[in-house]
Design a protein around this ligand. Structure first.
Ligand code: 4NP
Length: 154
């Protein structure tokens, strides 16, 4: 069993999308029983909300239904998950600050480090931008999640 937590700032755009992409890939590979996948935000401002309506509509065009409700990262997450994957420098630095011990800190990694076809060093926040930002986020996450799954299956 591999437990993966995707993390962004608000948990209403990038990380719920990453969760949706990874859930579909795992399902397509018939590996649902082997994985537990969730997402969370550095901040709790949007707690209880569905993903941003723009993120959900771009996702729906590629057949993803995002049903996750925003929640903040909690200390227990560092013990409960095997991999804690941040989207950008700020998320990763905040995760390092919150990790309860060096052992748990080792679980933190960067989403774009799993990319295989696309070259990027972070998944940019699409919140204040236009449609192309949301499409680019899904492109990056589809590439990175496929790379992540391949790495975990090795
Ligand atoms: P996310 O995008 O981190 O990808 O969920 C954001 C959503 C909301 C805010 C910032 C980023 N916000 O400041 O409310």
């Amino acid at each position: 069993m591999k437990k993966i937590l995707f993390v962004c700032l608000g948990n209403i755009c990038r990380s719920p999308m990453a969760e949706g992409v990874m859930l579909r890939l795992v399902k397509e590979a018939g590996l649902e029983k082997e994985f537990e996948i969730d997402s969370a935000g550095i901040m709790g401002y949007h707690e209880g909300e569905l993903a941003d309506s723009r993120m959900r509509s771009h996702a729906a065009r590629r057949g993803y239904e995002l049903v996750h409700r925003s929640r903040p990262v909690r200390t227990e997450d560092f013990y409960a998950y095997d991999l804690i994957i941040g989207m950008d420098d700020r998320n990763i630095s905040d995760l390092h600050d919150r990790a309860p011990s060096p052992e748990e800190e080792k679980k933190i990694s960067r989403m774009t480090d799993y990319c295989v076809n696309m070259l990027a060093d972070h998944v940019p926040d699409p919140y204040y931008g236009g449609a192309s930002g949301f499409e680019y986020v899904i492109d990056l996450l589809e590439d990175a999640c496929a790379g992540l799954l391949a790495q975990l299956q090795k």
